[in-house]
Design a protein around this ligand. Sequence first.
Ligand code: GUN
Length: 284
Amino acid sequence: MAAMLIDGKKIAAETRAEIAEAVAAQKAAGVTPGLAVIIVGENPASQVYVRNKHKACGEVGMYSEVIEMPGDTTQETLLAKIAELNDDDKIDGILVQLPLPKHIDEEKVINAIRPDKDVDAFHPVNTGKIMIGNPDFLPCTPAGVMVMLKKTGIDITGKNCVVVGRSNIVGKPMAMLLLGANGTVTVCHSKTKDLASVTREADILVVAIGRADFITGDMVKEGAVVIDVGMNRREDGKLTGDVDFASAFERASYITPVPGGVGPMTITMLLQNTLTASKLHHNL
Ligand code: GUN
């Protein structure tokens, strides 16, 4: 069997059109959702992500500002900037692009963001709310995966869901969202014994480990739904996911491509969270 593609670009465009409509309605009522993105230093990948976030805000009619701080910015200066944005009524969402330079304590920075402006949903208040199933914001990448599954008509209830990777940004919250949708969830990681025997049981396989082409077709159950969160650059310069697309394609029922899969959904969910934050702040 060959798989059907889950077209992230198309789903993202549809979702962004819905968000743009909601933004227009809010603006007509005098409220413009606003996002502030802070980038510290000159990591080229981060610079591309931040530029894309800024551009996406403009496309749906949101206000956004990018705050570029030099790589030698002190933690104190960064925390002061966050405090200023916490009190800025134009700003509904604050995102500090990760990774931060090594001399800055990432956890301290995340904890300084007002939870009701934490559109990444990384603050412990928000991760806690996700854990108990009552979130204000969902972390962007896992939320994007959930929208893709829903819009593709894939029912999660009772399915064996295997998440490969246990990061705070993707793996752990992904597991929580699948559990919240009544999946039977297993989380695998670098110390998992006989990974293939676990992934082969997955009806829904979500891969986020950051290793190019790591999951091969023989590790995929016939008819599984395969979601590839990976974004790696091969030596030849080409982008590739964590799944070996060609071999997995032959076994899966549905599969996300890289690029054009999960990637476009992540920023879409950031826009969604900024809209949600704006509604929260204005009781809309
Ligand atoms: N760096 C890589 N992914 C992300 C993300 O989702 N949010 C932030 N703030 N930084 C990132």
